[in-house]
Every structure is written in structure tokens, then in C-alpha cells.
Write a protein that binds this ligand. Structure first.
Ligand SMILES: Cc1cc2nc3c(=O)[nH]c(=O)nc-3n(C[C@H](O)[C@H](O)[C@H](O)COP(=O)(O)O)c2cc1C
Length: 350
């Protein structure tokens, strides 16, 4: 007799619910400032496998200011109103009413699926200058006020929180924070298994992420950090007490990672990586999407960093990176890709 599972990833990783939103598969695309814009999300969506996509973090004060000036909305919201759902928009600030106001606009006008609040960003401009992002991990009471007010303003749209383990190794407080997050009405918690002081050093501590789970009574726990292969995604579900996982950096290098991970979770063979020729074509498609959105001039400059990500880890990446870092026109981009993008190694003739 076969058991029927109504999810696409099998019993190891059943769908999760973020409030009224079913996230299936429970593999989420992480917010990445400067990267997870509309064209990138289109590429991820094309492969599938990500149960929820996210924008880059949007500054709530900046949003309100632009609104008051009757200016166009921030670049970071491009595409959000029209693109397919589900989609989470991440916001950051430290002022509860400002965050609540922007959250409400995103929920009602933009009809986003989830409003996510950033409590993890370790960058000085956000922490020291604006007392936001991971700085707030040292202010659980303030975090509680923020979440409560944003939840009230956005209802019934779910509100989620993304944190790190704490501000520093000697100030790890993720289990306390998790209880504040749940108690204030958030619908899910994502934890990047490093502290703010770690930045990206060392390895993400999945044991510590797992240790948070018993403290959450209702809401799903999403683990994040260093997942860069389908095998690691499977092991995260097998070895750690998480309901979902989130992938950031590796998806810039392999936007098909969500789809391949979903296959692995279903117990299917992991599909072969696209050939380098297919990867080159994908990168060119991405380039066209970026130029459609940002114009050729800005788009070409913006594409440099994505192109480096596509090539990373492939034979010849260094040469490609050196040349693509300087391109300014469409012609130059095409030429550099033609000449330097990594190719399949030809077997040497005997
Ligand atoms: C370039 C870059 C930009 C990021 N921007 C954000 C952001 O806007 N909001 C956020 O919550 N996390 C941001 N992060 C953190 C990621 O979402 C994620 O937590 C972290 O990279 C660990 O996951 P990974 O090991 O899969 O990359 C960023 C990370 C990178 C590398």
C-alpha cells in the first residue's frame, strides 16, 4: 500500500504554515540586500522548489519619506506589486509605528504574502547608526513592541521575524528572543546560526538553531546558514529540529538549488547540475531581465556581481571575474562572456 502525502517534499519535510500561508516545500529563498531583486526572483521562480521567496530588506523610514515626497517607491519594491505569490517583503527599522505603517501598506496595497522583519543585519550602518537589525537582539522588549504593532497593523497578513543567535558569542539569547517573537504574535521565526559579531565567519551552528525548537509552541522554526547542496538540505531536516530551511548565498551560484533540494527531500535522485553551456545561457537570460528592469547601463554594472556568482567555483572563474568586473556596455558583457565564461573541459585528444 502506498501512503499518500499531500505535500511535494515527502514526510521528511512536510509543508509548513506561516499563518494562513502554506509553504510547500518548506525551503525558503533568503532576503539578500543588493541581490534578491525582481529579476533574481524570476530566475528562482523559473526553477521552482522555493516555497517562499523574499525581497531585499527595505528601510521603513525610507519608504515613509518617499511616500511623503510623493516620490516613486524604493527600487527594492520593484516588481513586488505584480509578481506571482507567495512573496515576503522584508522591512527594517527600530521604530514600531513606522514599521507598522509600512507593514500595513505592504499588506493591504501590495498584498504581499508575508511581512518579514529584519533582526539579523550586522552591518554598522544598520546596527550602530540606526539601532536596527541585529542591534535589536539586545533589546527584546523593543522587539516585542515592534512585532506586536506590526502584527496588529498587517492582520490577517502574517508577520515573521529573522534573527541571528545573538549579538555576540558571549551574548547568545536566541531562545529568549524566540519566546518574545512567538509571544508577540509572529507567525514564523527564521534563525541564521551565527551571531552578529561573527558576520559570516566560522560555521553556522545548527545545534543552537535546533535548541530553540522546544521553546516554540505554535510557530514554525526555519533554520538558515551554509546550506549549499541538496544533500546538506536533506541532512538539515534529518539531523536538526527545524520545520523549514532558508538558503541565501548558494542560490546566487546555483539558483536551481531549491528545486534540486526539493527533489532530494522527496527521495528522488538529485538531478544533474546544468551544463556550463546551460549555465551560460541562464546567466544571459538573467542579464536580459536585469537590463529590462534597470536599463542597459545600470543593468550591466549590476550584472557584474551576479556574473561572478554564476562563475564561482567553475574552472576559469578567476579570469572571467577579472574581466567581467570592468564591463560597462552590452557589447563588452557579451564579449567577456563569450571569451571567458567557464566552459566544459574538453577531453584532450589522444
Ligand atoms: C549579500 C548578502 C546580503 C544579505 N542581505 C540580507 C537582508 O537584506 N536581510 C536579511 O535578513 N539577511 C540578509 N543576508 C543574510 C542572509 O539572508 C542569510 O541569513 C545568510 O547569508 C546565511 O545564509 P547562507 O549561509 O545560506 O548564505 C544577506 C546575506 C548576504 C550574503
Amino acid at each position: 500500500m502506498t501512503t499518500h502525502h499531500d505535500n511535494t517534499t515527502g514526510p521528511l519535510a512536510p509543508p509548513i504554515w506561516i499563518g494562513p500561508l502554506k509553504v510547500d516545500p518548506p525551503i525558503l529563498q533568503a532576503p539578500m540586500a543588493g541581490f534578491t531583486n525582481f529579476p533574481f526572483r524570476q530566475i528562482v521562480r523559473q526553477f521552482g522548489g522555493a516555497g517562499l521567496l523574499a525581497t531585499e530588506m527595505v528601510n521603513a523610514k525610507g519608504f515613509v519619506w518617499l511616500d511623503e515626497q510623493e516620490a516613486t517607491h524604493p527600487d527594492r519594491l520593484w516588481g513586488v506589486a505584480d509578481e506571482p505569490r507567495p512573496l515576503a517583503v522584508q522591512i527594517w527599522d527600530n521604530d514600531p509605528p513606522t514599521l507598522a505603517k509600512v507593514g500595513r501598506r505592504l499588506a493591504t496595497e501590495y498584498q504581499v504574502s508575508v511581512v518579514d522583519i529584519n533582526f539579523g543585519c550586522p552591518v554598522r550602518q544598520v546596527t550602530q547608526k540606526a539601532h536596527s537589525g541585529s542591534y535589536l537582539l539586545s533589546q527584546p522588549e523593543r522587539m516585542g513592541q515592534i512585532i506586536e504593532q506590526v502584527v496588529a497593523a498587517c492582520a490577517p497578513t502574517p508577520v515573521t521575524a529573522k534573527i541571528r543567535l545573538g549579538c555576540a558569542r558571549d551574548k547568545i539569547n536566541a531562545t529568549d528572543i524566540a519566546q518574545v517573537v512567538e509571544g508577540s504574535g509572529a507567525a514564523a521565526l527564521t534563525v541564521h546560526g551565527r551571531t552578529a559579531a561573527d558576520m559570516f565567519r566560522g560555521e553556522a551552528d545548527w545545534e543552537m538553531i535546533s535548541a530553540i525548537k522546544p521553546y516554540l509552541k505554535k510557530i514554525p522554526l526555519i533554520g538558515n546558514g551554509d546550506l549549499d547542496t541538496p544533500e546538506k538540505v536533506v541532512r538539515a531536516f534529518q539531523n536538526f529540529d527545524v520545520d523549514g530551511v532558508m538558503i541565501a548565498r548558494a542560490s546566487l551560484n546555483k539558483p536551481w538549488l531549491f528545486a534540486h533540494s526539493a527533489a532530494a527531500l522527496r527521495g528522488e535522485p538529485i538531478p544533474a547540475e546544468p551544463s556550463l553551456e546551460e549555465q551560460r545561457q541562464l546567466m544571459m537570460q538573467h542579464y536580459h531581465l536585469v537590463c529590462d528592469r534597470f536599463g542597459v547601463q545600470k543593468g550591466t554594472v549590476l550584472m557584474r556581481k551576479y556574473a561572478c556568482c554564476y562563475a564561482q567555483g567553475r574552472h576559469g572563474a578567476r579570469d572571467f571575474r577579472k574581466h567581467v568586473a570592468k564591463v560597462t556596455t552590452r557589447e563588452e558583457f557579451h564579449q567577456v562572456v563569450e571569451t571567458f565564461f567557464p566552459r566544459e573541459l574538453q577531453p584532450t585528444p589522444v
